[in-house]
Write a protein that binds this ligand. Structure first.
Ligand SMILES: [Zn+2]
Length: 200
């Protein structure tokens, strides 16, 4: 334990995902001890992010406008929707340059242990996007783990019943992990080799 506000900072940093007690301490002392560390810049960016960043009205991706830059891009293939768990997965797939369609970001995966069911995810807003019949294929790119698989089966049942063609990324992704841990080549290959799991 440290004196008052230093400990407050460590506690606060330790609440962030992926930051253990040791990292929290290291970051806190970096901020306290580094002369040229621009604290006001960091503080300003944090406030800016909280103020300006929202979620796209169509796909749920992070955006600075009502619509994200991908949904707003007229050069995107509007016949394809790729369903992912988190905005970071959009970024990972974009890095592969294998995909030019649009996305739908669920905001997580089905996980009964954590009390997350379909109703807690951004699934309802996917349906209106399929109603016009413009979308010919929904590619499910949830993480290659238990929750990702459960989410994929739930979605594919739902979508196939609606008469939509559904595909899933090819195997070869590191099992049990996050989509973002796959390197670009592997992820790109999984994308190109996706297999149809339902629909016509
Ligand atoms: Zn969007």
């Amino acid at each position: 334990m440290y004196e008052g506000i230093v400990q407050d900072l460590i506690d606060e940093l330790g609440r962030l995902p992926g930051v253990g007690p040791k990292s929290a301490q290291r970051i806190a002392f970096h901020i306290v001890q580094t002369q040229n560390f621009d604290v006001s810049r960091l503080a300003r960016i944090l406030l800016d992010v909280r103020d300006k960043v929202r979620f796209c009205q169509y796909c749920g991706n992070v955006a600075e406008e009502v619509t994200c830059h991908i949904c707003a891009d007229p050069d995107r293939d509007t016949t394809l929707i790729c369903v992912v768990e988190e905005p970071k997965d959009v970024a990972a797939i974009e890095r592969t340059h294998e995909y030019n369609g649009r996305y739908h970001v669920l905001g997580g995966a089905i996980s009964p242990i954590d009390g997350i069911g379909p109703d807690q995810l951004n699934i309802r807003s996917l349906m209106p996007r399929l109603e016009s019949g413009e979308v010919v294929e929904v590619i499910i790119a949830t993480d290659p783990n238990l929750e990702g698989d459960a989410t994929a089966s739930y979605l594919s049942r739902l979508l196939v019943a609606m008469g939509v063609r559904v595909s899933r990324l090819a195997s070869g992704l590191p099992v049990g992990g996050d989509l973002e841990y796959a390197d670009e080549v592997t992820l790109g290959r999984a994308f190109a080799g996706r297999r149809i799991i339902g629909g016509e």
